[in-house]
Ligand binder design. Structure first.
Ligand SMILES: NC(=O)c1ccc[n+]([C@@H]2O[C@H](COP(=O)([O-])OP(=O)(O)OC[C@H]3O[C@@H](n4cnc5c(N)ncnc54)[C@H](OP(=O)(O)O)[C@@H]3O)[C@@H](O)[C@H]2O)c1
Length: 325
C-alpha cells in the first residue's frame, strides 16, 4: 500500500514538507516559509535558468510560497517554474502563494497598477498573492531621489488590491516609525506584511514585536546574514560552526542552517531563504517539527549587533530612507 502511494504521488511528494499557514490581517492565508529568488547572494556562475529549476525543486520539496521582485529581473523564470510545476500536476495556482514587489522608480500612485500589470505579464499570472512596496524611498529613472511619500504609493497599492491584481498588499524595509504611519484609518488598508532583514547579527527585536502587536506579519529576508554573505570575512559571529549553533543542531538533530531558520520561525517570523541547490532547498524548509525554547531564542539573539547585510547605503539621505534609527 505504501509503495503504491509512493508510486501514485511520486517520491518527492511523499517527502515534501508543507509549511504551516498564517492568516493575515485581511483574512488571506500565507504559507510561513518562502523560497527567496533575489540574486544578491547568487554565485557568478548562477543563471536565471537556475531560478526556474530552483522554483520547481522547491515546489517538489513542499514550498508553496515564492518571493520575487521586479528588480530581481527573474519574474519570468519564477513564472515559468510555477507554470511547469502546475503542468506536471504538482500544485494548482490556488495552492501557490506568490509575492512580488514594486520597485522604487514606480512610486507615484498612477504608476503602481501599471507596474504590477508588467510584473504579472512577466510572471504569466492573473494575480499575485502579495504585492509589497520594496523600499520606502522613491527614485527617478536614473536612480536620483524623488520626494514621493510612501502613503501616496500606498494609495496605488490599494488600487491594485481593489482591482484584484493582488490579494494582499504590504511593505518591505519600513522601520517601526514608518509602520505607524499606516495605522490611521484615513489611510485605508493596513499593510498585511512587512518584509525586513532578520538574522543573528540583525535580530530586529523591537521592529518585529511592533509589527506583530499591530497584526502585521513579518517576513524575514537574508536569514543567514553574514554566515553566507560575500562581506562575511571580517563580520562578527556566528558562522555555521559556532559552538552554540552546532550544540543546538546536535540537540534537535538538525543542521546549523535549520537551527538559524527555526530561530526565525520560533519568533513568529516567516523565513525567506534563497537556494538554488536541490538538497539545501529541501533541507531549509524541514524545520517545522520543533521550536527553540525561550532561552535558546535569547542565546542566539545575543549575536545581535544591529548589523545589516542589506543596507542600501548609497541611498542614505534620500527622503524616507528607513535605516537611520
Ligand atoms: N525585501 C528585500 O529588500 C529583500 C532583500 C534581500 C533579500 N530578499 C529576499 O530574501 C531572500 C533571501 O535572502 P538572501 O538571498 O540575501 O540570503 P539568504 O537566503 O540568507 O542566503 C542565501 C545564500 O545561502 C546559501 N544557502 C542556502 N541554504 C543554505 C544552507 N542550508 N546551508 C548553507 N548555505 C545555504 C545560498 O547558496 P545556494 O543557493 O548555493 O544554496 C546562498 O548563497 C532573497 O533571495 C530575496 O528573495 C528581500
Amino acid at each position: 500500500m505504501i509503495v503504491l502511494l509512493l508510486f501514485c504521488f511520486g517520491f518527492n511528494a511523499a517527502l515534501a514538507v508543507l509549511a504551516p499557514v498564517v492568516t493575515l490581517n485581511d483574512g488571506n492565508k500565507m504559507p510561513i516559509f518562502a523560497l527567496g529568488t533575489g540574486r544578491g547572494t547568487a554565485k557568478e556562475t548562477e543563471s536565471l535558468e537556475d531560478v526556474k529549476q530552483a522554483v520547481i525543486w522547491a515546489i517538489e520539496a513542499g514550498y508553496r510560497h515564492i518571493d520575487t521582485a521586479s528588480i530581481y529581473g527573474d519574474e519570468e523564470q519564477v513564472g515559468q517554474g510555477i507554470a511547469e510545476a502546475i503542468a506536471k500536476g504538482l500544485v494548482t495556482r490556488q495552492e501557490m502563494f506568490v509575492t512580488t514587489k514594486l520597485w522604487s522608480d514606480r512610486h507615484a500612485r498612477d504608476q503602481v497598477v501599471p507596474a504590477l500589470k508588467e510584473s504579472l505579464k512577466r510572471l504569466g499570472l492573473d494575480y499575485v498573492d502579495l504585492y509589497l512596496i520594496h523600499f520606502p524611498s522613491a527614485v527617478d529613472d536614473e536612480g536620483k531621489p524623488l520626494n514621493i511619500s510612501y502613503l501616496e504609493t500606498w494609495k496605488g497599492m490599494e488600487d491594485a488590491k481593489r482591482q484584484n491584481l493582488t490579494k494582499s498588499i504590504g511593505i518591505s524595509n519600513f522601520n517601526a516609525a514608518q509602520v505607524y504611519d499606516f495605522l490611521d484609518d484615513e489611510h485605508g488598508i493596513r499593510p498585511a506584511v512587512n518584509e525586513v532583514e532578520v538574522n543573528p547579527t540583525h535580530a530586529q527585536e523591537v521592529l518585529i514585536s511592533h509589527c506583530i502587536n499591530l497584526g502585521i506579519a513579518v517576513m524575514g529576508y537574508s536569514p543567514f546574514g553574514y554566515m553566507v554573505s560575500r562581506k562575511s570575512a571580517n563580520a562578527p559571529p556566528p558562522r555555521f560552526d559556532d559552538p552554540l549553533i552546532t550544540e543546538l543542531a546536535a540537540k534537535y538533530k538538525k543542521t546549523p542552517a535549520q537551527i538559524v531558520l527555526n530561530w526565525l520561525y520560533s519568533r513568529d517570523v516567516i523565513p525567506v531563504a534563497k537556494s538554488v541547490n536541490k538538497k539545501r532547498i529541501a533541507e531549509n524548509i524541514d524545520i517545522f517539527d520543533f521550536r527553540l525554547n525561550d532561552e535558546e531564542i535569547a542565546a542566539i539573539a545575543k549575536f545581535d549587533k544591529n548589523l545589516r547585510v542589506i543596507d542600501f547605503k548609497d541611498w542614505k539621505g534620500y527622503p524616507y530612507y528607513p535605516f537611520d534609527y
